[in-house]
Write a protein that binds this ligand. Structure first.
Ligand SMILES: [Zn+2]
Length: 410
């Protein structure tokens, strides 16, 4: 597979892309080795790499006549070298380095039937060296080329604005985490968002941009889902439920996940993140894998909303790996706020001593808004809940004033 012919074709390519000479290429064919050595000698003398023409002039005086015609013929016939892709060049250098190390390891082992432990160790080191060898220099040069960077001045000229599918809540083409403890109503709330976005209706008084929405439901039973769809009259949302007889939605960690990139361009809601994969939610490696797949889907032009259960005891603490929060673009939470009817201070679990003098009565409200991680501006809205109709915007001015006072720091 690594024939002399390929080595010469690669050398031909290197004459066209001189950065490859410093890319760690070390051929095995003796004549190819001599070409690399001569190129090195030329570089040492002139401070630059030769092109084919200047190389032939140089080589004419350095090789024997027969060797020179061999080298010239092979390099001249290596015109096809531009058919190498960058990946092939990289593979080629890697393979060639590996082959060299194997040969080196073989030599170190010697011809004895049972090599000494010292020989074995040296051979192992030679092989390890082949594997941990740093990237070829030409790769690094490509990454750090200054011309491939953009200045702030250039970027300022671009007319890029953040588009909000729901004003100040759902930024377009991003990964949005909606967290809240089990049972608080994440499904209800996201079904209401789906309904509003799919029809271009306002959501809790916030403007929306009409966009196709697919609700991927791994979590709810079909009767529960159907009941809520009826209540909301969500006629325009696409639903993909695990009971779908034609095709069940694939898990995000299965090979089938690519299909999500073929759904109607718009919003994808995953209910819930936990149920959409088989990994371990407390393992950051598992979660980084899932979040990277969501990024891929986002980058294919989707706005990805994932519903995430938090631990029951404290709805403000994320369950599982912080990778989920770290890799999301925008994090929203839905949580309950209980206000004491006597002193208007919040009633939190375990902080009962604050209300020792109070009656114990409380008003229940819901806050929906940004929490901790966001690349966007913080935003919050207050809601009330009615099991027959879902969430509603809180309009009681007195209650709003109290809530704003206690959540000022958010
Ligand atoms: Zn109180």
């Amino acid at each position: 597979m690594l024939t002399k012919d390929i080595e010469f074709r690669f050398l031909g390519l290197a004459f066209q892309k001189p950065e490859l000479w410093s890319g760690g290429y070390e051929p095995l064919d003796p004549m190819a080795v001599s070409v690399v050595e001569e190129v090195g000698a030329y570089h040492k003398k002139y401070g630059e790499y030769p092109n084919l023409k200047t190389f032939f002039e140089w080589a004419k005086t350095r090789y024997e006549a027969q060797e020179f015609s061999y080298v010239k013929k092979n390099l001249t016939e290596s015109d096809l070298s531009e058919t190498f892709t960058e990946a092939q060049v990289k593979d080629f250098i890697g393979l060639q380095r590996l082959r060299k190390s194997i040969k080196q390891a073989e030599n170190l082992l010697g011809t004895e039937a049972s090599p000494s432990s010292k020989q074995i160790k040296a051979a192992q080191e030679a092989l390890a060296h082949a594997i941990v060898e740093p990237e070829p220099a030409c790769e690094a040069e490509e990454v750090f080329s200054e011309s491939s960077l953009q200045t702030g001045k250039e970027l300022k000229k671009l007319d890029i604005k953040i588009e909000w599918l729901i004003d100040r809540l759902i930024p377009k083409e991003s990964i949005i985490l909606i967290s809240g403890k089990g049972g608080i109503g994440k499904t209800w709330l996201s079904l209401q968002m789906a309904h509003a976005i799919s029809k271009g209706l306002s959501f809790m008084g916030l403007k929306t941009i009409k966009t196709p929405v697919t609700y991927v439901d791994f979590e709810n039973s079909l009767p529960v889902l159907v009941d809520r769809i009826k209540t909301l009259n969500s006629t325009d949302v696409f639903f993909w439920h695990t009971t779908n007889s034609k095709l069940a939605p694939p898990r995000l960690d299965s090979n089938g996940y690519e299909i999500y990139k073929t759904l109607p361009k718009g919003v994808l809601i995953f209910d819930t993140l936990r149920a959409a994969h088989a990994g371990d939610e407390n393992e950051s490696r598992d979660m980084a894998f899932i979040m990277n797949r969501l990024k891929e889907i986002r980058d294919a032009g989707y706005t990805v909303i994932v519903l995430h259960h938090t631990a029951k005891a404290n709805s403000e603490v994320f369950k599982g790996s912080t990778a989920i929060r770290d890799l999301a673009d925008h994090s929203l939470s839905l949580h309950e706020i209980k206000l004491c009817v006597d002193c208007d201070k919040p009633i939190k679990d375990g902080l009962t001593n604050v209300h020792r003098e109070c009656s114990g009565g409380a008003d229940h409200y819901l806050r929906f808004g940004t929490q901790e991680k966001t690349r966007y501006k913080p935003f919050q809205t207050f809601l009330s809940f009615n099991p027959a109709a879902g969430f509603m915007q809180l309009t009681n001015r007195g209650a709003l004033a109290k809530l704003l006072r206690i959540t000022k720091e958010i």
